[in-house]
Design a protein around this ligand. Sequence first.
Ligand code: GSH
Length: 249
Amino acid sequence: RKRKTEVINKLDAKIIKFIDHHTNFPKNDHEKRHLSFFKVHISSTMAPAYKLTYFPVKALGEPIRFLLSYGNIEFEDFRFERENWPEIKPHMPFGQTPVLEFNGIQAYQSIAITRYLAKKVKLMGANDLEDLEIDAIVDTINDLRGKIATYYYETDEAIKETRKKPLFDETIPYYLERIEAIAKKNNGHLAVGKLTWADFYFVALLDYLNFMTDMNLIADSPNLQVVQKNVLNLPAIKEWVAKRPVTDM
Ligand code: GSH
């Protein structure tokens, strides 16, 4: 099936190239309209090479969506309904999502996928040491997410209440103070003084973290606000944010 898709995609691309470059069609407006219908028809038969499967939320899927968008990599943003999850779960490598399918493989683990895409779209460090710095801050942000999630997803209200004060009074300020200092040192970036996938990871995840804590985590962190602006002002990200489905988290 993979081979078949590859062949079809190649043929479709060739046909469009042929029309564009090797004929003097279209000559008039009428022919131009025909051509654009034809192109829409052809492109609708071209399945994107990437398919992201995830719940209908931003959360762990959003860093992946940000990187694909930044790289202008076309992808199918498959958001399944929660009620269909039991059917889908057994088909996922470790029974979880996000999963990114391409070239016949099912890539899993959101950070591993994001790092893989960062290599493709050139958002890595310049050497192993820079990558170490990037990986460390990404893991740190993920640790903070884990701590917030332990509170947010606790279903026993009494236990949840005991977690609230330590999380909001100690853990969150501890992390934010340090991440903010890193953003300051790196001139509005989270690592190596330039735009890397660490910035994308943080900014893409922030809505989810804000949702779980019911606060704006970076309200008092001017340098993290710069990190956010740097990412959200990129044209490809602006375009993605404007067209993505609106969801709370
Ligand atoms: N470490 C994994 C990653 O980053 O991809 C965590 C994945 C994960 O926790 N996925 C959740 C999931 O699939 C959704 S955010 N939950 C449904 C389930 O486990 O049945």
